[in-house]
Design a protein around this ligand. Sequence first.
Ligand code: GAR
Length: 211
Amino acid sequence: MTKVVVLISGRGSNMEALLTAGLPVEFAAVISNKAEAKGLQIARELGIHTAVVEHKGYPSREAYDAKLAEVIDSHGADLVCLAGFMRILSEGFVQRYAGRMINVHPSLLPAFTGLDTHARALAAGVKLHGCTVHFVTPQLDAGPIIVQAAVPVLDGDSADSLGARVLDQEHRIYPLAVRWIAEGRIALTADGRTHLQGGSPQAAALISPQG
Ligand code: GAR
């Protein structure tokens, strides 16, 4: 069975969505870079092993990432899931987990990489916004896209109301992506895209506003 390690920094709602989705994987550990991360308590209550690897005291990003990799590897991780793990990762760390580390990001990538994605989507006036699960590559918030969900931007939306609508979809698509990987259905193509084997060719158009 695929052994999964989840990395968090805070609330852990995506982690909880993964842990409670009934996925055909073994969650070996949840690791946080912050001892106060709320998600740690949720993981413990769900009976998952937790660890804290604080970044304070390491002389460099590489030194911290080497320690983090040591802890991840001690759990025999086949797949590393970043779930609100708010750290820039060193190139060596990303290469070490190439093809077996994924992330959820609160925008329809490649739009709105980085932070404050909901406020920036509102400011840009987009009519559709959403979220993305993708393989992690050295470039920030880039890498082969596995699945995306789009939501409408509604009149009167604040960054919070829009973000809540997006987060609901993150909680749907992140478990889907992990399931597909665990089932061996995600193929990486030579040109750096992904293909879902046995996927339905159907997808509905989402038009916003409806008029
Ligand atoms: C989520 O919205 C996730 O997409 C975002 O942080 C939030 C974590 O919430 N991640 C990024 O912005 C990564 N670039 P959570 O701790 O409740 O899952």
